[in-house]
Design a protein around this ligand. Sequence first.
Ligand code: SF4
Ligand code: SF4
Length: 140
Amino acid sequence: MIKKRMVLRFTKKTWNQPIVYRLVKEYNLAFNILKASIFPKEASLMVLEISGAETDFDRGMAYLKGCGVVYEPLEANIKKDENRCVHCGACAAVCPTEAISIQRPEMYVVFDPEKCSGCELCVKACPPRAIIATLSSQGA
Ligand code: SF4
Ligand code: SF4
């Protein structure tokens, strides 16, 4: 099971077709709408959090491409504010990729952006809100 945030860009020819409905019906994907900017006479944009089996997700994206919908992942850029961090280790406990680890024997909590998947689990786990996530896509 995967969950990804995607930016979908529709043209004035595709915005009113039941494309997102078919992602659910025919590709077994679930979605949450995070943002929608619909302009019937211009290009429209939707930001969806899409979840489902990886094979269904890939098939669904191929379907979008075939429909002429341009899509791209919305990525979370994670930063750790060293001035706020109290090195409690709560973020390291929830990080699934070991992007956050505890450096011994000092017990410093260190962040390696190269290993970060952008899942944001650490953001909610951090008591003093020392981890900041900003969202970006290549085209946005
Ligand atoms: S966003 Fe996810 S992968 Fe990246 S540091 Fe936080 S918990 Fe780890
Ligand atoms: S949860 Fe927050 S305060 Fe605790 S180690 Fe991680 S970044 Fe620092």
